[in-house]
Design a protein. Structure first.
Length: 571
């Protein structure tokens, strides 16, 4: 336990930041999770190691047999493909050329050289008549006129129609095989087209098996004659000193005893020609692999335990971090809920105040109208003119109060948006026209980066004007004389985005956390703190979102996203 404690402190120093290490409950949870991971992972690993130690020898032998058998089968398919390609080539030549064309030596040589370019191992090509005499020949030997009537391959070809021989010496006195195809001339006279194939490609196919050191592979015919060179049993056309096992088409395994010792043999039979491909491995080679496995198994066990420990520490640290992030997110959500409840309470209060104020405003407006009517009937004097001006001031103030109460009702979500299809660029330009005089007076530059052919959206023009006016007005308050305000618009996948930024004084993180709270303002002796709170409520009501990024001394950037169609979001 002391060692585990020291180890956990060592890894904890690297995995867990110092400011998090002091949180006791997270550390306790971390050690519990590490212990659980250790029990779940290390105990089964040890059990599996003990079980595998006892059963792996049998599994290893079986795996070696299956692996060698699979490799032998694949090599057999390569041999069959090699021979069948050349048999098909000879058959194609016999089928597409008449005996007259092939009897022409020059023409036969052209055909032979073309085939030799395409097919590796082709030695020569000869035309043999029905009596077994070679009447045309293309190749490096002088074999024209040879009599093959008594040769086994010729008689087999006359019986079967096609034939692939075993390796033999023949007139060339070099190991080769013959591939022959029988055809019939126009007058019904049979003839045979014969090609000779060198055996060097056979050795190349054997070498492509990439066998383990000490394993010998070779090709035999049914008479135990080697068709390829064997490291254990000699050169081509030699004879192996043991009885051939019964070789099924899909292959098999057996133990063969020779003067050189016991061998584990894997073999597979060919259909045509009647070859046997065999791979032989000394029995002692398997035992060496088994003895070396025990140390490997122990190394794997130790390495696995170390790796599992590291993974347990790392994964536990990740999970603890995720848990801490989730707790922090939950705290932020609770803060957002608190903010939302505050907005809701302020909204209800604003709605009540607006309704209460609207009633006396209506009375004042009605009385001022009545006074206007009375003065209209009175003779025009200096006093009536002064009263008319005073009544006009009262009416103007009432209308201004009505606008304010209307904004309060909008903040309280009592005024439903008026849907219409809008061009946001046009709305932005209209808002800037309201502020043109102040922008010119203070020499403030407006950089417009409005996307041409911006997609239209369904929204409320008046409320969007109010939002843009509030944000641009705040930017005007933030920038110095000669400052810069930029406005950018662009189409997104699900709506449009409007970015309003400036190079003003910026905001601190504490200010940004409260920027959308009602009645929060940084303006001394000015502002009521409702502009951005109302803008926030309007954008959410229109189905969009608003966010802000800022740094003290570098300016602020407000990002507003609006959907193509209004779908109000919950704050």
């Amino acid at each position: 336990m002391v060692a585990l404690s020291r180890l956990s402190k060592f890894f904890g120093k690297y995995f867990i930041p110092k400011e998090e290490g002091g949180l006791r409950r997270y550390n306790v949870l971390r050690f519990k999770m590490i212990g659980l991971f250790g029990m779940v992972a290390l105990v089964p690993l040890c059990l599996m190691a003990l079980i595998n130690f006892h059963i792996y020898k049998t599994s290893l032998e079986k795996e070696q047999r299956l692996s060698t058998l699979s490799l032998v089968n694949k090599t057999k398919y390569s041999f069959e493909l090699y021979l069948n390609e050349r048999l098909s080539a000879v058959s194609f030549i016999a089928a597409t050329h008449s005996i007259e064309e092939l009897s022409d030596t020059q023409n036969l040589r052209k055909i032979f050289h073309k085939a030799k370019e395409e097919f590796e191992g082709l030695v020569d090509l000869g035309l043999i008549n029905s009596e077994g005499r070679q009447v045309a020949y293309a190749g490096p030997y002088n074999l024209l006129g040879n009599d093959y009537s008594e040769h086994d391959w010729f008689n087999e070809t006359r019986v079967r129609g096609t034939y692939i021989s075993s390796v033999f010496l023949g007139y060339r006195k070099l190991p080769h095989i013959a591939i022959a195809v029988e055809s019939v001339s126009a007058d019904g006279e049979p003839w045979v087209l014969r090609a000779t194939i060198a055996t060097e490609p056979f050795s190349k196919l054997i070498s492509f098996m990439n066998l383990a050191p000490g394993v010998d592979a070779f090709l035999l015919n049914k008479n135990k004659v080697l068709q390829t060179e064997s490291r254990l049993f000699g050169p081509v056309l030699g004879t192996v000193p043991f009885e051939l096992p019964h070789a099924a088409y899909r292959g098999g395994n057996s133990v063969i005893t020779t003067e050189q010792g016991n061998f584990s043999a894997t073999y597979v039979n060919f259909m045509q020609p009647e070859f046997i491909l065999m791979a032989m491995r000394p029995d002692t080679q398997g035992n060496g692999a088994w003895f070396s496995l025990r140390s490997d198994l122990l190394a794997v066990l130790i390495g696995g335990a170390v790796l599992i420990t590291l993974v347990a520490f790392g994964l536990t640290n990740v999970l603890i971090r995720q848990l801490m992030m989730a707790d922090e997110c939950r705290a932020n959500i609770m803060k957002e809920i608190e903010h939302t409840q505050k907005l809701s309470s302020i909204g209800r209060l604003a709605a009540g105040v607006a309704h209460e104020i609207n009633n006396p405003l209506a009375v004042i407006k009605e009385k001022s109208g009545l006074m206007n009517d009375i003065l209209a009937r009175a003779p025009e004097t200096e006093l009536t003119g002064m009263l008319n001006r005073q009544i006009g001031g009262i009416t103007s103030s009432v209308e201004r109060c009505s606008v304010i109460t209307h904004r309060l009702l909008g903040f309280a979500r009592k005024v439903e948006p008026k849907k219409e299809w809008l061009d946001i660029n046009e709305v932005v330009r209209e808002v800037l026209e309201f502020l043109e005089k102040e922008l010119t007076k203070r020499s403030i530059s407006i950089n417009l980066m409005l996307q041409e052919a911006l997609s239209e959206i369904e929204s409320d023009k008046g409320q969007l004007q109010q939002v843009f006016l509030n944000i641009v007005s705040n930017s005007l308050e933030a920038v110095e004389e000669g400052g810069v305000i930029y406005i950018e618009s662009k189409t997104m996948e699900d709506g449009v985005k409007v970015i309003i930024g400036d190079n003003g004084c910026g905001m601190s993180e504490e200010t940004m956390d409260r920027i959308f709270e009602p009645f929060f303002t940084t303006k001394r002796n000015a502002g009521n703190g409702l502009g951005l709170a109302i803008s926030y409520g309007i954008i959410r009501k229109l189905g969009g979102d608003i966010s802000v990024t800022s740094n003290v001394g570098t300016g602020s950037v407000f990002t507003i996203t609006l959907p193509f169609s209004m779908e109000p979001k919950k704050a």
